[in-house]
Design a protein around this ligand. Structure first.
Ligand code: T4K
Length: 374
């Protein structure tokens, strides 16, 4: 089989018709207003308030700063129970807030925090649970809410991957005290760069607005040491245009996942993620598989390298495990993290995005099957 002519990446950003973006640019030119809470950002914020079914929405220039400032604004202290199976940014936001990460294991079906392990790790210093809806798969929100309630803990979700996900018809942002969404171009939905906080306590709105704008409360008043984390008009414009197509993006993701499932189910050594339960409206943002070396006939890393020869650039999200990075190796971990270590060694995210065609997905599957038989 021949390699793909052009590289096939794990993802590609959705781009609206260029004329639509140009016409939005005209408005920005006319306004001569580029950032600092401009009219396009205000419009985008209003649309997201409707989308999330709450006025408690605050936009930022990226997801990392959104979460970092969210934690800062909530004045959290002490220990935070969190997952090692995530993008480094999740834990970095704890570091910048002088919060101590306590890593516990994930569950094997959807790679989200194991509630039993969370409860076992609670100490008198625990203030917060920071869980991740990894690959858009919802955490066990009811169990985590129950634990948080019983132990008086703050419950925060890194929902970077979960834009558009709903549980029982309720936007996923409505679970927990605060959720962060990333609008980076590698996500299903993006605003070039961007991030959002959605929260339950309306009192935080003002604080988050201060924090992203140097702490200014008025022209002459600075009420806290904020930073610059404002979303600009060009980002907001992209966000508005993408939002109109969110349903199409999700539908396309569903179609791609269906092909992967049809072609790869039953292939020895290839494990597909468990299908989401019926009450979950999933966003199909990622297509993770696990490669079991013995049954498949080669390691995940070999498959990753072999696919590169065919111009297919899969990604090993999230390997290495966070606890293996030099900057977090020092963190003492009591949990052996058995599941997370195994998943990190086997995980491979396959290409899925709006512009990939069914034929290419088919070819990728054929190649995986062929390579495994070598
Ligand atoms: N929490 C979690 C759980 C996260 O996953 C992330 C970010 C965050 C927090 C922080 O949110 P942000 O601050 O980023 O809003 C990417 C992204 O940079 C990062 O946003 C994302 N998670 C992470 C999972 O993936 P890389 O290093 O894998 O990206 P990169 O540049 O290698 O891109 C991957 C592929 O995407 C490329 O091979 C090709 C394609 N691509 C990428 C870009 C940027 C394009 O086709 N066009 C593009 O413009 O980190």
């Amino acid at each position: 089989m021949k390699p793909f002519e052009k590289p096939v990446y794990v993802t590609r950003p959705y781009l609206p018709p260029i004329e639509e973006y140009m016409s939005g640019l005209q408005e920005i030119w006319d306004n001569q207003w580029l950032t600092n809470n401009g009219p396009v950002l205000q419009r985008f914020t209003k649309q997201l308030e409707v989308f999330f079914k709450t006025p408690n929405v605050c936009l930022f220039n990226n997801g990392t700063l959104a979460l970092q400032l969210g934690l800062q604004g909530m004045r959290l202290t002490g220990e935070v129970i969190t997952t090692p199976f995530t993008f480094v940014a999740t834990t970095h936001t704890l570091y910048w807030n002088k919060l101590r990460p306590v890593f516990v294991d994930i569950e094997p079906d959807h790679y989200t925090l194991d509630p039993e392990k969370v409860e076992a790790a609670i100490t008198p210093w625990t203030s917060t649970i920071l869980a991740v809806h990894v690959f858009g798969s919802p955490c066990q929100v009811k169990k985590l809410a129950d634990i948080a309630h019983r132990h008086n803990l703050t419950l925060i979700y890194d929902a970077a991957h979960a834009f558009g996900v709903e549980i029982d018809g309720v936007p996923i942002a409505k679970y927990g005290d605060l959720s962060m969404f990333s609008f980076h171009p590698t996500k299903l939905y993006h605003s070039i760069e961007g991030g959002a906080l959605v929260f339950s306590d309306p009192g935080y709105k003002k604080i988050f607005d201060y924090l992203k704008n140097f702490g200014f409360a008025s022209e002459t008043e600075v009420v806290m040491p904020g930073t610059n984390a404002k979303m600009n008009e060009f980002q907001a414009l992209m966000g508005i245009l993408g939002l109109k197509r969110l349903d199409e993006l999700i539908e396309k993701g569903r179609e791609i996942e269906t092909i992967y499932r049809e072609r790869l189910t039953g292939v020895p050594g290839i494990q597909l993620p468990l299908v989401q339960s019926v009450n979950v409206h999933y966003n199909f943002a990622y297509m993770p598989i696990e490669v079991h070396e013995k049954e498949f006939g080669m390691s995940r890393d070999r498959l990753y390298e072999e696919l590169r020869k065919y111009n297919i650039f899969t990604r090993r999200y999230f390997y290495p495990l966070l606890t293996d990075f030099a900057c977090y190796k020092y963190v003492q971990t009591n949990d052996p993290l058995t599941i997370a270590k195994g998943v990190a060694a086997r995980i491979l995210c396959l290409p899925t995005y709006y512009t990939i065609d069914a034929n290419s997905v088919d070819r990728i599957c054929e190649l995986i099957i062929k390579i495994g038989k070598q």
